[in-house]
Design a protein around this ligand. Sequence first.
Ligand SMILES: [Zn+2]
Length: 202
Amino acid sequence: MTDFGPEHFIGGRLCIDFCNTADGRETRFADTLVEPADAVRWMTASGHWPDGEVAALDAYLADGSAWPRFHATAHDLREAIYHALTSRMRDGQPAAKALAGLAGHYRAMAGQAALITDAGGQTQLDWSGADAATRLLAPIVMDAVALLGEDNAVRLKQCDGERCGWLFLDTSKAGRRRWCDMATCGNVSKARRHAARKQPAR
Ligand SMILES: [Zn+2]
């Protein structure tokens, strides 16, 4: 079980943080969403959902029977977003296969949305009538679709850390951020370079 904390939410966007629930896709894959408690803890730690929504997912996953389907959907969605974002980063546009996968999730969830208008007159999507799984996953899908349509997408980067591969939006002025977190991957890399320099020349 993973204890999610602020260090797991460095992506700058909900959909990116969701991608970062797995490490090392290109090297040694490690998943942190492996049991129902992980999904509930991630949702809580993100701070994105009100307590009632977290409780609804917790109750939905409590007896274990809903988990295999939820896990498969969440996993498939996460990898579709990851591949859409990384192909956008690498090739300037998202891969058609990744977009098709994302569109499938979008279609399945959008049918459960309502539109509500708040006191300020702003209309937004409302998922309160959707099933518990959709209430967690739909905001992530919508965020990914939105991000792919924004200029912000050019700020998308991938951590250089070995076995990391986390994504983030580089909002630094110089645009030279290389690490998910200097305190983790950045320091490991620095320590490794330092050690390599100290090796006697042969
Ligand atoms: Zn990293």
